[in-house]
Write a protein that binds this ligand. Structure first.
Ligand code: HEC
Length: 267
């Protein structure tokens, strides 16, 4: 039994399709998918809303959140101090009994170790041109020329900006489907003012479902939605396919092993 068993269990990377309807609600409650830990040290903004800037802040909030781990420091520290192993570990590293600041430091230090280097795209950047195929390279050129890079930027292809979701079109109710006018929908996106952290696209091919509400498990659909809602462009099927091929080159390795997803994304 882990010491910090969450009182309310979330699923691995969030609810799967079927556990909730496509608007992302279940019994009227918003379900969020959990942003992945991998490469978090390179993200300047954490959480889907981008409202945390440090891992320590974010971890403390998750620990204390009554809907997630519902821990309080007195209880938590007394469990750690009375454990048969933890005090030795804390003494060895921090020279002291477990304290709030040490617990937060230990958690964040562990998270910073969760990096996934050596994706095929990284190898290409290091000069290994054959690490990615001509089609994948073409997808990368499209990713740049359509302007995906304006938001998904930096070493993590995202993680450092907060942006509205639905600038040109409602992501989940396309104007074609509802017959609603583009202007009305664009205004709605601007009006509701909700900002979302632009997620990192590293490992995206193996980390379905996508978006903060897990709306789709198809990477192609996610890319199509991005074109329409964030860039005001209806991407052709071929371009979506090529961009998805490029996104597949962003899958890295953890401790020398390529990451693999159990989901059927990336098709
Ligand atoms: C104006 C900023 C912006 C642009 C331009 C943009 N995105 Fe995004 N992207 C976002 C935001 C914000 C999210 C998170 C939305 C959410 O889930 O609430 C996102 C999410 C995604 C996701 C889902 C990632 C996940 O892990 O859930 C993919 C894939 C993606 N974008 C790919 C693209 C591609 C490909 C393009 C270009 C065709 C693009 N984006 C253009 C802002 C942008």
């Amino acid at each position: 039994m882990p010491l910090l068993a969450p009182r309310v269990m979330g699923s691995r990377r969030g609810a799967r399709m079927g556990a909730f309807d496509r608007s992302g609600t279940m019994a009227g409650r918003l379900i969020s998918t959990r942003p992945l830990f991998f490469n978090v040290s390179g993200n300047e903004r954490l959480n889907w809303k981008g409202n945390f800037r440090t891992l320590e802040e974010q971890n403390e909030s998750v620990l204390r959140n009554t809907r997630i781990m519902n821990a309080n420091w007195d209880e938590l520290l007394s469990k750690l101090r009375n454990d048969s192993d933890y005090p030795k570990g804390f003494f060895a590293i921090y020279g002291n009994n477990p304290a709030r600041v040490h617990v937060l430091d230990a958690l964040a230090t562990f998270e910073r170790s969760l990096v996934t280097p050596n994706s095929r795209f990284d190898r290409r950047l290091r000069g290994e041109r054959s690490a990615i195929s001509p089609e994948e390279e073409h997808g990368y050129q499209l990713f740049k020329s359509y302007g995906c890079v304006a938001c998904h930027q930096g070493a993590n292809f995202g993680g450092n900006l907060s942006q509205p979701f639905g600038i040109f079109d409602d992501p989940f109710n396309p104007r074609g489907a509802t017959g609603a006018g583009k202007d009305r929908i664009a205004a709605r996106g601007a009006e509701d003012g909700q900002l979302y952290r632009v997620p990192s696209l590293r490992n995206v091919a193996v980390t379905a479902p996508y978006f903060h509400n897990g709306y789709t498990s198809s990477l192609a659909e996610a890319v199509e939605i991005m074109g329409r809602s964030q860039l005001g462009r209806d991407l052709s099927r071929d371009d979506v396919r090529l961009i998805v091929q490029f996104l597949n080159t962003l899958t890295g390795e953890y401790e020398g092993h390529p990451l693999a997803g159990s989901d059927s994304a990336a098709k």
